[in-house]
Design a protein around this ligand. Structure first.
Ligand SMILES: O=C1O[C@H](COP(=O)(O)O)[C@@H](O)[C@H](O)[C@H]1O
Length: 327
C-alpha cells in the first residue's frame, strides 16, 4: 500500500499491528472517474415485499431450520434471501466459519484475493471458529483484505473502537498482512475520516484489489459480514436517519448516532448493496422483532435499515433460534 509506511500518529497498544492510513497527502491516489453511481434503482428499494417463503428442515441436527425467501425489490430485479436458523449461537458460529472459509477459497481461486468487510458488535464474537483449527491453518490469510463497514471515531485503543474489537478477537490471531488491513484514520474528524476512507476505497478499486459492480461502478466487496442492532440498524445506518437515503457517497459520517459513541463513519447502502455476498449474523431474543419484520410478516411503524439490505449478489442470514423465535 502506498501509504502503509505512514506511521500511526495516534497512540496504539504495542500489541496492535501497524495498519495503513490513507492520507490526502499521499501522492498515490488515483481519482476514480467515469464511474456512475447507481440511481434510485430497486437495488436499494425501500419497498421490498415477500413473494414466497419456504421453510426446510435441514439434515444437520445442529441446524434448526433453513428458510428461503424470494424478495422482489423492483419490477425486474429480485434478491433471494436465504436464512439459516441454528439451535445455538455456538452452532451458528461453526457453520459461519465454514461458509466464510468456502467463500475465501472460491474467491482466491477466481481472482487471487478476498475482500472482506466486517462490522463491529456481536458479529466479531461469532467469527471465533475461524481462528481455530482447521480454518486458522487452511485459509490463505495472505490473500485477505479487510475493511470495516462502520467505525466509531475514537482512538484505536479505545474500548468503543470496532478496530480494537476485531484486533483483540480476530486479527491478532491470524496472519493477514498488516498492509491488507484498512482501518480508519483516527487522527481525523468524522468528516475527514469518512472522506479519507472513501479515498482509500477508490485507491483499492483503482489498483484492482476491490472489484466494482458492472451495473454501477460501485465497489463490490466479495463478502460483507454484518451485524444488526435490536432497532434494526446495520452498519451505522439508523432508523429514520437521512443517511439511509444517501446515494452518492460511498462512506458517510454521522455525528449524532442514537447509539453511543455519537461520531461514526459508515458505508452507505449503495456500497453495501453492491456486494457479491452479504451475510447478516443475528443472535438473541432481543433482535427477534427486526428479524420478524425483515423476514416474516412482522410490522414496524418505520422502515428498518435492515430491510434495505438487498445486495446485487447473495444475502444470507445466520440466525440463532432466539433471534428467529417470531418467524
Ligand atoms: O454500533 C454498532 O452496532 C451494530 C450492531 O451491534 P450488535 O452488538 O448489536 O451486534 C454493529 O453491527 C455495528 O458495526 C456497530 O458499530
Amino acid at each position: 500500500m502506498a501509504s502503509s509506511s505512514q506511521a500511526l500518529s495516534a497512540p496504539l497498544r504495542t500489541r496492535a499491528p501497524p495498519i495503513p492510513f490513507f492520507s490526502r497527502t499521499s501522492s498515490s491516489w488515483f481519482p476514480v472517474t467515469n464511474r456512475s453511481f447507481r440511481g434510485s434503482s430497486g437495488l436499494f428499494s425501500t419497498q421490498a415485499s415477500s413473494s414466497s417463503i419456504s421453510v426446510i428442515r435441514a439434515n444437520n441436527p445442529e441446524k434448526f431450520s433453513c428458510l428461503k425467501t424470494k424478495v422482489s425489490t423492483s419490477a425486474n430485479m429480485a434478491t433471494e434471501k436465504k436464512a439459516q436458523v441454528f439451535d445455538s449461537e455456538e452452532a451458528l458460529s461453526v457453520s459461519l466459519a465454514k461458509y466464510i472459509a468456502d467463500l475465501s477459497e472460491k474467491f482466491i481461486k477466481q481472482k487471487g484475493s478476498f475482500t472482506v468487510v466486517v462490522s463491529g458488535g456481536s458479529l466479531i464474537k461469532s467469527l471465533r471458529k475461524l481462528v481455530e483449527a482447521p480454518y486458522v491453518d487452511s485459509i490463505d490469510w495472505s490473500k485477505w483484505h479487510m475493511f470495516w463497514v462502520d467505525e466509531r471515531v475514537v482512538p484505536k485503543d479505545h474500548p468503543d473502537s470496532n478496530y480494537l474489537l476485531a484486533f483483540d478477537s480476530f486479527l491478532s490471531k491470524v496472519p493477514i498482512p498488516p498492509g491488507n488491513i484498512y482501518a480508519i484514520n483516527d487522527a481525523l474528524s468524522a468528516e475527514g475520516a469518512a472522506d479519507d476512507y472513501e479515498t482509500c476505497i477508490k485507491h483499492m478499486v483503482h489498483n484492482g484489489v476491490i472489484s466494482t459492480s458492472e451495473a454501477s461502478g460501485i465497489p463490490k466487496f466479495d463478502l460483507m459480514l454484518l451485524g444488526m442492532g435490536p432497532d434494526g440498524h446495520v452498519a451505522s445506518l439508523f432508523p429514520g436517519h437521512p443517511l439511509l437515503q444517501e446515494k452518492s457517497k460511498w462512506v458517510a459520517f454521522i455525528k449524532e448516532s442514537p447509539k453511543p459513541p455519537p461520531e461514526r463513519i459508515t458505508f452507505t447502502f449503495p456500497v453495501i448493496n453492491s456486494s457479491a455476498n452479504v451475510v447478516l449474523v443475528v443472535a438473541g431474543a432481543g433482535k427477534a422483532h427486526p428479524v420478524h419484520v425483515a423476514l416474516g410478516d412482522g410490522q414496524d411503524p418505520e422502515l428498518l435499515p435492515v430491510q434495505m439490505v438487498s445486495p446485487e449478489g447473495e444475502l444470507t442470514w445466520f440466525l440463532d433460534k432466539d433471534a428467529a423465535s417470531k418467524l
